[in-house]
Ligand binder design. Structure first.
Ligand SMILES: Cc1cc2nc3c(=O)[nH]c(=O)nc-3n(C[C@H](O)[C@H](O)[C@H](O)COP(=O)(O)OP(=O)(O)OC[C@H]3O[C@@H](n4cnc5c(N)ncnc54)[C@H](O)[C@@H]3O)c2cc1C
Ligand code: SF4
Length: 502
């Protein structure tokens, strides 16, 4: 039984971060190392703030955790110090809690009853509890390979090794199928490897989990673009089912601003991928911010990752631009009522370290240095509004004033347009939807029989937690397709919309 008064006794506490100097002198995670005993004690206190509400909005897919994590259950187990049982309950719904514990924006916390009123001391620190259970699980040896007891004799190909592909592969391997994950990159992990920077999640965390998957029997092939290096004919001939977890990696470009073709202007991923490769030991990045004035266009999370990366590379200045006005500091109940995901100003550790953010501005033009390279951006204050006739979003200058910012490196972090065009899709007879994604039926099967889809490829650029939830769900569908029935859990339906995080 939870302590119904815990939140009256204890305030929410955020984990301690390293000093700015320490953060900027290395690529490691931003949070300070705390001795395990001290950490466990702090987190037990935080978990004791959960009152096990009658309706735990935190764990429902609609407004809370897409995985249906059993949050009140493991909060109470942690409060009582039963870490082994907490690990068991957490892994019952989440293959990779160490990823979500570090990376998830935590819609569960936005849906926590303690986030209704600021007077309650803040929501339960669910994500921190999750991360600590995961850390403790590895330290104590609770995480062990779980190979299947009986082999089904069926073979599954998973295309793409991001969190969706890995979750699907682990579930299907444990169900007894022979699973091979194909990855076109030289290393495994998808955006966990080459999108998300080391300072948000160190790659050793990913490698440790991959070792578990290997020991369970999942096979991996890297440097193999399916549809090119492995033909579609061979794929279909060699495997009984195919899971497409190819992501939605087609970056949105700026096709209208004058000067876009100048050198020194890149999509954010052209900066983040080689920066991550550098941290892996692959040598200098061709798109490095060292000694440069950096302007990042796009106020979202990818922009924040470029921001922290540019700072660590030694940028002279970093400025992130957002077309929208500064969001409110606290939830506006009219616009995003509890328990939905609130529209508020999100300040990431990268923003605290250096640089500046500008809101309600847009680039009028990129300025040439006379040699074909960008040297500045001209900014205007803008308003985003709906065109009365077409209903489309338009960005209009507020006045004629122009501000010039020096810029030797400009990074476009303005979103993703969907799945990349690739020979694999044509070979399988699949076309992209208007949203740039791959559609499927209620059984996660595309219009090509035996070919399934999950993760960003299905829902468009989203979150790690949704990728894992879809990977688990597609595994249940593939298992049913291969054997006629499945005991695997399916946390989400293909039509489930992220009501909390958009
Ligand atoms: C910079 C950045 C930072 C992010 N930060 C966060 C965060 O902090 N928290 C969060 O929750 N989410 C974050 N996200 C979103 C999150 O990373 C994605 O939602 C998630 O990785 C999607 O998982 P996925 O498995 O569907 O696809 P991906 O991770 O994109 O993996 C797809 C994989 O498929 C491979 N592939 C594609 N085609 C083929 C082919 N034909 N053959 C073989 N392999 C192929 C690709 O190389 C890639 O490795 C971030 C995204 C970006 C871009
Ligand atoms: S995965 Fe995300 S939403 Fe689910 S419990 Fe963890 S932090 Fe919350």
């Amino acid at each position: 039984m939870a302590d119904p008064n815990g939140f009256l006794k204890h305030e929410r506490q955020e984990p301690k971060k390293k000093s700015y100097e320490e953060r900027l002198s290395s690529w490691g995670e931003v949070y300070a190392d705390v001795a395990p005993d001290e950490r466990d004690e702090q987190v037990r206190t935080q978990a004791s703030r959960c009152m096990d509400c009658g309706i735990p909005f935190c764990h429902s897919g609609g407004s809370g955790c897409p995985l249906g994590n059993l949050i009140p259950e493991w909060n109470d187990l942690v409060r009582r110090g039963d870490w082994a049982a907490a690990s068991d309950r957490l892994h019952a719904t989440n293959n990779f809690p160490e990823f979500t514990g570090k990376l998830c924006p935590a819609p569960c916390e936005a849906g926590c009853v303690l986030s209704i009123s600021p007077l309650s001391g803040g929501p339960v620190a669910i994500k921190r509890v999750e991360e600590t259970i995961a850390a403790r699980s590895w330290e104590a040896g609770y995480v062990q390979p779980q190979p299947a007891e009986v082999a089904s004799g069926r073979k599954v190909a998973v295309v793409g090794s991001g969190p969706a592909g890995l979750a699907a592969a682990q579930q299907l391997t444990r169900a007894g199928h022979e699973v091979t994950v194909f990855e076109r990159d030289d290393r495994l992990g998808g955006l966990l490897r080459y999108g998300i920077p080391e300072f948000k999640m160190e790659k050793k965390v990913l490698d440790r989990r991959l070792a578990q998957l290997r020991k369970e029997g999942t096979k991996f092939v890297t440097g193999c673009e399916v549809g090119v290096d492995l033909t579609v004919e061979d794929l279909r001939a060699q495997y009984d089912a195919v899971v497409l977890a190819v992501g939605a990696l087609r970056g949105r470009d700026d096709r209208t601003t004058p000067g876009r073709s100048l050198e020194g202007i890149h999509l954010a991923m052209e900066h983040l991928v080689p920066a991550n490769k550098f941290v892996e030991g692959d040598g200098p990045s061709p798109v490095d911010a060292d000694g440069k004035h950096v302007v990042i266009i796009g106020g979202g999370d990818t922009g924040a990752d470029s921001y922290g990366t540019a700072t660590r590379q030694g940028a002279l200045s970093v400025t992130q631009l957002d077309q929208y006005p500064t969001p409110p500091e606290i939830r506006d109940d009219e616009r995003s009522p509890w328990p939905t995901w609130p529209y508020i100003l999100r300040t990431y550790p990268a923003h605290e370290e250096a640089g500046e953010r500008k809101f309600a501005v847009a680039v009028k033009q990129f300025v040439d240095d006379g040699d074909g390279h960008v040297k500045a951006v001209e900014l205007q204050e803008v308003r985003v509004q709906k065109d009365q006739e077409t209903g489309r979003r338009e960005v209009v200058p507020v006045n004629g004033e122009v501000e010039t910012l020096p810029a030797d490196l400009v990074l476009l972090a303005i979103g993703f347009e969907g799945v990349e065009e690739m020979p694999l899709l044509e070979g399988l007879g699949l076309t992209l939807s208007r949203r740039g994604t791959l559609s499927c039926g209620s059984d996660w099967q595309t219009e090509t029989p035996g070919v399934f889809v999950c993760g960003d490829a299905h829902r468009g650029a989203s979150l790690v937690v949704w990728a894992i939830a879809e990977g688990r769900s597609v595994a249940a569908a593939v298992d049913t397709f291969l054997t006629g029935a499945s005991d695997l859990p399916a946390p989400v339906h293909p039509t489930a919309l992220p009501l909390a995080v958009v």
